[in-house]
Design a protein around this ligand. Structure first.
Ligand code: PRP
Length: 205
């Protein structure tokens, strides 16, 4: 049996539906249960429900054979993982956004950027030859320019509804993201047959 780390949050439902469709899971975990580890009745998967940012840690630490996580998280963390499959779910982009009228080119002071993605953000502005102060936040990033904490944000945009609801404008996309299957390098090389089968099954849409 394989142990799979699944992300809670935005990717949870789509990941579970995909695994049900591919006959790797029988059912959704009980929404009301606080249990974080469960054995699916089909007996193929032992599921660990973890925060999206923690999926790579469980897989690199070999607590899970594989996991599902957004490319944005993989890129931010620079993990030593194999990610052979784009699962085609959880499509979103990482964009710079700001108050209406915000223009990077017209910005004169040192830029203050609020984000959950300091690594990607620093690398992006560095590649443009711009220096910036990164303000690391853990959520509700859109608030930062609204209350003067930052000049702009670098954050996930999926439907665009959160930006719209907060009167912010998307300025530029810096990364396209979607969910990937991630696998521990040594688990892959030992070539466990169930793992190879999981990759094959998820490969075909
Ligand atoms: C993400 C992201 C945006 C929002 C974008 O937040 O940080 O706030 O979703 O989605 P949309 O374009 O469909 O509106 P998330 O829901 O993960 O919560 P968080 O703010 O607590 O990180």
């Amino acid at each position: 049996m394989l142990t799979l780390a699944l992300p809670k949050g935005r990717l949870a439902d789509d990941s579970i539906q995909l695994l049900i469709r591919k006959n790797w899971l029988e059912d959704k975990p009980n929404d009301k249960s606080k249990e974080l580890k469960f054995l699916d009745p089909l007996g193929k998967l032992n599921i660990l429900l973890v925060r999206a940012q923690d999926v790579p840690t469980y897989v690199t630490g070999q607590a899970a054979d594989a996991g599902i996580v957004g490319f944005d998280v993989i890129k931010e963390g620079n993990y030593d993982l194999v990610y052979p499959l784009d699962l085609g779910i959880g499509k979103c982009r990482l964009s710079i956004a700001g108050n209406p009228g915000f223009d990077l080119k017209k910005h004169l002071r040192k830029l203050r950027v609020a984000t959950k993605y300091p690594g990607i953000t620093r690398e992006y502005f560095f590649s443009k030859g711009m220096s910036c102060e990164i303000i690391k936040l853990y959520g509700s990033i859109e608030l930062a320019p609204l209350c003067g904490l930052a000049d702009c944000i670098v954050d996930i945009v999926e439907s665009g509804e959160t930006l719209k609801a907060n009167g912010l404008v998307e300025y530029e996309t810096i990364l396209q993201s979607s969910a990937r299957l991630v696998i521990n390098r040594s688990s892959l090389y030992t070539g466990r047959s169930e793992l190879i089968q999981l990759i094959k099954d998820l490969e075909i849409n």
